[in-house]
Design a protein around this ligand. Structure first.
Ligand code: AMP
Ligand code: ZN
Length: 112
């Protein structure tokens, strides 16, 4: 989508530190990491948020989560753990309106 920064990253027109990509998803390091390991996993196609996902996106949503697990595993966090987060909408603090999964690891994360 025109003007969408994550669409531009997926298209390769804006640089990003890409750690994994395939035909469906791209995973890259967050510009402002909040943990030692902070990667975003996005679909190549534009969806503004999880609220925009439809039944036909079921495979894609699965691929996003599998890619999140993959980058965490390949970075060595399978045993120590990691957190996957999808912020949706204003109250969740979503700032980039292109669906993304945060993968955080490398420190003890508080909850809630
Ligand atoms: P959210 O608050 O869930 O919408 O998260 C958006 C995330 O995107 C934030 O953690 C930002 O630091 C990150 N971000 C924004 N622009 C870029 C960019 N060009 N490259 C990498 N990460 C970005
Ligand atoms: Zn987009």
């Amino acid at each position: 989508m025109d003007g969408c920064v994550f669409c531009a990253i997926a298209a390769g027109t804006i640089p990003a530190d890409v750690v994994f990509q395939d035909g469906h998803v791209v995973a890259f390091r967050d510009l402002h990491p909040v943990a030692p390991f902070h990667v975003l996993v996005i679909p190549r196609i534009h969806r503004s948020s999880l609220a925009d996902a439809v039944d036909a996106d079921a495979d894609l949503l699965g691929r996003l989560m599998l890619a999140a697990a993959r980058v965490a595993r390949e970075a060595g966090f399978e045993k120590t753990g990691y957190r996957t987060i999808v912020n949706t909408g204003a109250d969740a603090g979503q700032t980039v309106l292109h669906l993304h999964v945060h993968v955080l690891a490398g420190r003890q994360l508080s909850w809630p």
